[in-house]
Design a protein around this ligand. Structure first.
Ligand code: PHB
Length: 364
């Protein structure tokens, strides 16, 4: 019998009602000052609680981890109070929710940083692109990212500690799990990639050294909870935020082996085609599968058909949907009934209010 997308799935300590995951989605609507989840986010997440698992928008583990205007944090008491309302609402609706722990590294701008300092990265190498800051009148404004400063070796313990602290805050806020964001050209990926990491100490050079920070962070998160409540997201292949990592395959497979040793609950693979790249090869999927035996979640331009094909080929256990979940709070039902999907409104993805956020219609 083929495995159904609509069948339950054991993920670490949780049993999910189905294998349709809401992908982490940046929406830039946190309350200011303080980067506190807003009341409208309670409605937004609760509307989508029929997903097997909701993964929250990426949330900075410290003020330094912020790279875009109005993204929420998970380090202050006020943020925990805001998130608690969201996790309570999701649980009341029968759902489960993980929070994605984020540090952007060099994808930032001094106006978003504590004391207007420079963003940090593995090396002082620029990401030649733009990010979104709070411009005049609080309106989003696109600006070039700053050339970062290299994180000093003596700052790394504090950085790792910010993930430990964020994990404790996530537990207090009532999340069911945490997901470490180690993808998409953000800080941990900046360390993984030889393109952005020119360090000559224990965190640079060899593949093992470049993977070190990701694994140290993961170990700190596991130590603050347990591996059954921890997942991680990587994007070893494909282009995003200035990284086009030719050696990504080797790094992806090495990391998968390391994740297996730590027995974490899931590996969330962000596939290149979500950002316009080619579809991942079955060969790479098979290699990854051999190394990591836990739950594998695929993400990247998924449709019901793509998800069922990969599920039945045994190459994934669950599929994450992003843009379709923005536009369809009842995506699970729509996929089950092969109902038409509401089209997303990309101009309302980032910033703003309820429009394009909580007002997408349900099936009647
Ligand atoms: C974004 O804000 O566009 C964004 C944030 C986090 C990601 C990917 C994209 O992992």
């Amino acid at each position: 019998m083929p495995t159904s997308l609509f069948s339950p799935l054991l993920v670490g300590a949780l049993t999910l009602n189905n294998r349709i995951i809401m992908a982490p989605l940046t929406r830039m609507r946190a309350m200011q000052p303080g980067d506190i989840p807003a009341a409208m986010a309670v409605t937004y997440y609760q509307q989508r609680a029929t997903a097997g698992l909701l993964i929250s928008e990426a949330s900075q583990v410290s003020p330094q981890g912020k790279g875009y205007m109005a993204t929420p944090g998970i380090y202050s008491t006020e943020q925990v109070v805001g998130w608690r309302q969201i996790t309570d609402a999701v649980h009341a609706a029968g759902g489960k929710i993980a929070i994605q722990l984020w540090h952007v590294g060099r994808v930032s701008h001094h106006s978003l940083q504590p004391d207007q300092g420079l963003p940090v990265s593995a090396s002082a190498l620029a990401y030649v692109n733009k990010t979104t800051i709070m411009g005049k009148d609080g309106q989003p404004e696109r600006v070039a990212c700053d050339t970062p400063r290299e994180l000093r070796a003596d700052e790394i313990p504090m950085l790792i500690d910010s993930y430990r602290h964020a994990t404790m805050m996530a537990r207090e806020a009532g999340f069911d799990m945490v997901e470490v964001h180690a993808a998409h050209g953000y800080l941990l990926h900046q360390f993984q990639s030889a393109e952005s990491n020119h360090r000559q100490d224990a965190w640079g050079g060899s593949l093992e050294n470049r993977a070190r920070l990701t694994l140290e962070v993961l170990d700190a998160v596991i130590a603050s909870w347990d591996p059954q409540h921890v997942g991680i997201r990587i994007s070893p292949l494909g282009k995003f935020n200035g990284l086009d990592d030719r050696a990504g395959e080797a790094m992806g497979l090495y990391l998968a082996e390391q994740f297996q040793q730590r027995q974490i609950a899931y590996l969330h693979l962000s596939e290149p085609d979500w950002a316009g790249g080619p579809e991942l090869s079955n060969e790479f999927r098979q290699h990854l599968r051999l190394r990591f035996k836990g739950v594998l979640i695929g993400a990247g331009n998924y449709t019901r058909e793509k998800a069922e094909r990969l599920l039945n080929d045994g190459l994934i256990d669950a599929a994450a949907f992003g843009r379709p979940f923005i536009a369809n709070p009842d995506l699970v039902r729509r996929l089950a009934e092969s109902a038409p999907l509401n089209p997303p409104r990309p101009e309302l993805f980032y910033g703003g209010d309820e429009e394009g956020y909580t007002d997408y219609p349900f099936l009647t």
